[in-house]
Design a protein around this ligand. Structure first.
Ligand SMILES: [Zn+2]
Ligand SMILES: [Zn+2]
Ligand SMILES: [Zn+2]
Ligand SMILES: [Zn+2]
Length: 221
């Protein structure tokens, strides 16, 4: 009579010769699988599905899973073979499929979550916060703090010492608010009239800036 054994996992009794021995326990065929990478026999629970739902879906043991051949996507949590690796964010990998949730800074090539990059009109690129700062296209580089007060430069000739400076507050409120337009306006004024006027923040303006001219004669204005 053939020797019968009980599966150590599910309790099913079957012929010993049809069972797998792992360690010193016998398991039935339904409870074990083979690592498609190294061929070792493992309990199904110890195998991980890699490339789930694809033609090249496979079961991989935990030893193989911890090698460079496989990775777990930080976005969908699925495991993939390294040929589906797209990039990494904060040191953890992203699969090709999830790459649509991320964007690459056009200057430093680092990966950021979609929507985090900002358009830089100076370089015509989408950049991360650090590169925006380096590219000098942050509005903070053009619009000064409220306390900014450069020494006055006088424009025009006046024999009665009549010089005037103006302060003009501009704001871009409500639905039409567009940070790129505010930046463009600030950049235009700064590039073309930077010697005659300067821009600064004003607490009464949430999204605009104040244009302040250096003192000029009324004629010069
Ligand atoms: Zn079993
Ligand atoms: Zn393996
Ligand atoms: Zn993914
Ligand atoms: Zn960058």
């Amino acid at each position: 009579m053939k020797q019968q054994k009980e599966c150590a996992y599910c309790g099913y009794v079957c012929k010993k010769e049809d069972m797998y021995l792992i360690g010193d326990e016998y398991y039935c065929l339904d409870c074990v699988g083979i690592c498609d990478n190294c061929g070792s026999i493992e309990l199904y629970g110890d195998l991980t599905i890699v490339n789930y739902g694809r033609d090249d879906q496979r079961y991989v043991c935990s030893d193989c899973l911890n090698t460079d051949s496989f990775f777990q996507c930080r976005s969908c949590d699925e495991y993939y073979t390294s040929n589906s690796y797209w990039g990494s964010y904060l040191g953890s990998p992203i699969c090709e499929h999830c790459s649509e949730n991320y964007e690459v800074c056009e200057q430093c090539d680092n990966v950021f979550p979609a929507g985090e990059l900002e358009y830089c009109s100076r370089t015509d690129e989408y950049l991360c916060i650090d590169c925006i700062r380096d590219a000098d296209c942050s509005i903070e580089n053009i619009v000064n703090e409220y306390s900014y007060k450069p020494s006055p430069v006088f424009f025009g000739d006046s024999n009665v010492n009549c010089f005037l400076g103006i302060e003009l507050e501009v704001d871009n409120e409500g639905d039409t608010y567009n940070p790129d337009r505010v930046y463009e306006a600030a950049e235009y004024l700064n590039d073309n009239y930077g010697d005659k006027l300067y821009l600064k923040r004003d607490s009464s303006l949430s999204r605009g800036f104040e244009i302040v001219s250096h003192p000029c004669t009324p004629e010069y204005h």
